[in-house]
Design a protein around this ligand. Structure first.
Ligand SMILES: C[S@@+](CC[C@H](N)C(=O)[O-])C[C@H]1O[C@@H](n2cnc3c(N)ncnc32)[C@H](O)[C@@H]1O
Length: 449
């Protein structure tokens, strides 16, 4: 790092007037002509802010004090640890304003990246903004100076864990037990060799997957079991890689699974705590309903569900369509898809494993025409699948996205292939964070009624 950059990091806070809000919700401004991004500041506000990162083309700062009147949409963050904890980034913005911002980010990116006209915007899908998070990886660290074990997310702009006593965005069964978890881990003989705990909640049970770097003593195992018994939380252990995860408490002969329901309770999904599942159950239910509505299925339709995971969309689709093919990169999720289809009595489903970011093997049986396609890719998007859409040749496409920039890029590719972007809207899967989850509907222009 240059001396100039280092000096800036040590400087006293500077006064900055915020011009607008970035896509992830940081205040954008200019200092001596250079772009700066300021955490915790809103458009129209003047703040004192401290440098936390200096780069060639932009600097990053964090607000230390509000100097002007607060912006009308500023609220008191619901979490007492918000200023330090890196888990959330938008708690100072009213939840309605957060979702409005996400909706305008989506509309703007379709124009800027996809070169498309603004589509009809659907009403956002919302949920309660606290206690919604059913999945999380919490760091665990013994801090010698405090003789304390911390449990939580990293501090903003730092590798240290934030000292928190509760987390209001996590499901309450865990979010309100952070202090109890800290005390539990500190009481163990292995207090300094537990690096993380994964939280995974089903409708029926909540699991804590405790990673431990050394074998646990009998005393520690009993302490963990007692914690499970006391709190009702399931305790799972992970001594090494993900395939070593096993349930410690409760002892049971049942398959190691949690469960959630979908499609108005008509479908039950079984999952392993480390499987990908959608984080916000209320939003997931509304998202499934909207995707089914937009696809407008007939019982003769053939549907392709790309990036299908354990069958979250596949199974409700199969309840309405003639046949559904789910394709997914991870073989274990393909197995889970079949397990879930069988358990729900659905036989009109095929699951296949394929890397959907690499050149397709044209001999694969699933590469053929379909009436409708649903895509739900990771953040990198589905560029290749959109370029190859002519092979599937659907009349209708529903694209579910966790990154509006790659959705906008892929929407542009679909437009080149004759698909019109009909409608889009955001879903508040992660309230209080900068994540923008969205859904878009495309129709083949030459097959519209
Ligand atoms: C956002 S998740 C959606 C899963 C599922 N649709 C759901 O709603 O639970 C994306 C899925 O894409 C899968 N995936 C990631 N990269 C992939 C690739 N290159 N090829 C195929 N699938 C991939 C992941 O394993 C994950 O299941």
């Amino acid at each position: 790092m240059s001396r100039r950059r280092r000096r800036k990091l040590q400087d006293a806070p500077v006064e900055i007037h915020i011009e607008s809000l970035t896509h992830e919700g940081r205040g954008l401004a200019h200092v001596d002509g250079k772009t700066v991004f300021v955490d915790g500041a809103l458009p129209g506000e003047t703040v004192m802010a401290r440098y936390v990162n200096c780069r060639r083309n932009y600097d990053e700062l964090t607000t230390t004090e509000l100097v002007s009147a607060p912006a009308p949409e500023r609220v008191t963050p619901p979490c007492p640890h918000y200023e330090r904890c890196g888990g959330c980034s938008l708690q100072h913005l009213a939840p309605e304003a957060q979702i409005e911002h996400k909706q305008s980010v989506l509309a703007e990116l379709f124009g800027r990246i996809g070169h498309l006209e603004r589509p009809e915007m659907a009403a956002p899908i919302r949920s309660r903004d606290l206690g919604y998070r059913t999945k999380a990886r919490l760091g665990v660290r013994y801090v010698r100076a405090r003789d304390e074990v911390l449990v939580g997310f990293r501090e903003r702009h730092s590798n240290f864990l934030t000292a928190i006593d509760r987390c209001p965005v996590l499901i309450e069964a865990v979010g309100e037990r952070i202090e109890a978890l800290k005390a539990l881990f500190r009481s163990l003989e292995a207090y300094d060799s537990i690096p993380q705990v994964e939280v995974a909640a089903g409708d029926d049970a909540v699991a804590l997957v405790v990673r431990h770097l050394k074998p646990l003593s009998q005393t520690d195992t009993e302490a963990l079991e007692a914690f499970g018994e006391q709190t009702g939380l399931q305790i799972w252990l992970q001594p090494k890689g993900p395939d070593t995860v096993h349930r410690l408490w409760p002892v049971s002969d049942e398959a190691p699974r949690l469960h959630y329901s979908g499609d108005g309770g008509a479908v039950t999904y079984a999952f392993h705590p480390l499987d990908f599942t959608q984080v916000n159950r209320e939003v997931n239910a509304a998202m499934l309903a909207q995707a089914l509505d937009w696809l407008d299925l007939r019982d003769t339709d053939t549907v392709l569900d790309l990036f299908c995971g354990l069958g979250n969309f596949t199974l409700p689709l199969a309840r309405r369509a003639g046949h559904v093919t789910g394709v997914e990169g991870v073989q274990m999720m393909v197995d889970r898809g079949y397990e879930n289809a069988r358990a729900n009595g659905l036989e009109n489903v095929t699951f296949c494993a394929a890397d959907l970011h690499s050149a397709l093997d044209a001999r694969a049986g699933w590469i053929k025409g379909y009436d409708k396609v649903l895509l739900d890719p990771p953040r990198s998007g589905a560029e290749l699948m959109c370029r190859e859409m002519h092979r599937f040749n659907p009349g209708v496409i529903v694209y579910v996205s966790c990154n509006p920039a790659t959705l906008a890029r892929d929407a542009g590719i679909l437009a080149e292939q004759g698909y019109r972007l009909v409608r889009a809207g955001v879903m508040d899967m992660f309230p209080h964070t900068g994540h923008v989850e969205s859904m878009a509907l495309f129709r083949r222009a030459d097959r519209e009624e």
